[in-house]
Structure formats: C-alpha cells, structure tokens
Design a protein around this ligand. Structure first.
Ligand code: ZN
Length: 259
C-alpha cells in the first residue's frame, strides 16, 4: 500500500473508507497517532504480506508457527556454544531461529535492519526471551549488553539493532542493560567477509569502559545475527581483558547454519 495515500483515508477503524465529510470527526491527533502506529506495526504480516487479524502482531499465525526455531537451548551439545569455543569462555549461547540466506525469515531480519523496522527485532527478542525465561535460561544472569555500533554507523542507520534486541530481552526479563562496551572505531560490514576476515575485522574493534562496573557479573551479550561468531567473541574478549572476573553468555535472534 502506498502510504502517501493513507492520510486520505478515514483512520477510525473499522471505517477505513475514503475520507468523506462525516468521517472528518477524526481529530488530527487521532489521525497522526494511527498513521504512526501503522508505520511501527503495519497491519500486514512482515513475512507473507497478508493482512493481520485481531490478536496477531508483526507475523500472521501461520508465519509465526513456521518460524525456523533452533531450540538449541535444549540441545546437548549446543551447536552455537560449540562454534564459540575458543580463547574466551562463553557459558551459554542461544539463537532463536536459523538464518538461511535468501529465505523469507532472513529477509525479515534484513528488512528490520536495513529498512528501519527495528521494532521487529524487539518483538522477536521479547517472544524468545519470554520462553527462555520460563525455562530458567536467565537464572544467574545479571544484565544484558548489546553489541555496540560505532556512532557514525549508528547515525547513518538511525539505530543499533542489537540494542533493540536487548530491549526485547529486557521487556521479558526486567534485567538491566549495560553500556560498558563501545565500538572504538568504525568498521566495514561483516556481511561479505569469510571467517578469518570477520575475525581480523572484529579484533581490537571493541573497548570496555568502566570495567569495575562489571567485575564478577554474568552478562548476556546480545546481537541480531551470529554467523561465524567473530563479532560476539571479539566483544567477549574485550570484556574479559578489562574485567577477567566477568562471566559471559550470548543470545542472538538468528544463527547462520555452518556447514
Ligand atoms: Zn504471514
């Protein structure tokens, strides 16, 4: 739907008829609020594009049930924890769904990231964290720490998607959010890099500030997509270097399958 036409429609649901004199009762504030609400949560499924019905939000029931969930928090061994085994100890690592490049759900995440719809990230994170919370995944975790974004990149994009994932986790758990990690300089996208290239690119990118704040705490590093794990491991390395007693876990919305 071309949004430029929306103001020409009556925004009072269920009317939605072309504006006629009797529909002008809708105040400008009502119309503005409805327009903003439609921008934030358009009433179509973000995957299949079908109209959402009452009780549905972001995804229709069909696309929600077809979400390719990993259920990796129930697996032993957990494939993401195995991927992150290395120089920095990561206690728990989970991702909500599989990230299959070119799939409808990968496009959903790209859409959220590159087309200004970070609320999708928050909604997915809230749903995922609520389920994990009931199963005790957050027991012993003291706070959430989103993967930071350099301020120039953040200015260009308008938001840091990892922060929106963190807000969703916070909605479901009430855990505090920490900002003790900063991106020390801008870097190019990881998207087209191979495993070693990602690792090289991520090294020395992150810096811990006020390390005393996180001494002895168990922090959950959150990001939107984990591919090789180079980014979250670089964050973990920066945190542990500054605060060797910090304990670390990882949560992502999606995890790329590794062949
Ligand atoms: Zn759908």
């Amino acid at each position: 739907m071309n949004r430029r036409w929306l103001p020409a429609l009556c925004v009072r649901r269920p009317c939605r008829l072309p504006m006629r004199p009797k529909c002008m009762a809708g105040s400008l504030i009502d119309r503005a609020a409805a327009y903003v609400a439609d921008l934030v949560f358009p009433h179509v499924c973000a995957v299949c594009g079908r109209s959402l019905v009452a009780g549905e939000e972001v995804l229709c029931l069909h696309c929600r049930s077809a979400l390719p969930q990993t259920h990796m928090h129930l697996m032993s061994p957990n494939p993401l924890e195995e991927r992150l085994v290395g120089t920095v100890p990561v206690e728990r690592a989970v991702a909500y769904c599989h990230y299959d490049r070119g799939s409808a759900y990968a496009r959903l995440i790209q859409h959220a990231k590159y087309h200004g719809r970070p609320v999708i990230m928050r909604w997915l994170a809230r749903r995922y964290a609520a389920g994990l919370h009931r199963e005790g995944f957050f027991d012993g975790i003291d706070g959430i720490l989103p993967v930071p974004m350099h301020f120039l990149k953040r200015m260009r994009r308008g938001f840091n998607q990892a922060e929106w994932v963190a807000r969703g986790v916070q909605d479901a758990t009430g855990l505090p959010m920490f900002d003790n990690l900063v991106a020390a300089h801008g870097h190019s996208s990881q998207t087209r890099r191979g495993g070693f290239g990602r690792w090289q690119n991520a090294q020395s990118l992150y810096k811990t500030v006020r390390p005393g704040d996180i001494d002895g705490l168990h922090l959950l590093i959150v990001d939107d997509v984990v591919t090789t794990g180079a980014t979250v491991l670089a964050c973990a390395a920066a945190l542990r270097q500054a605060s060797p007693t910090a304990r670390l876990s990882v949560l992502a919305i999606a995890s790329a399958r590794m062949s």
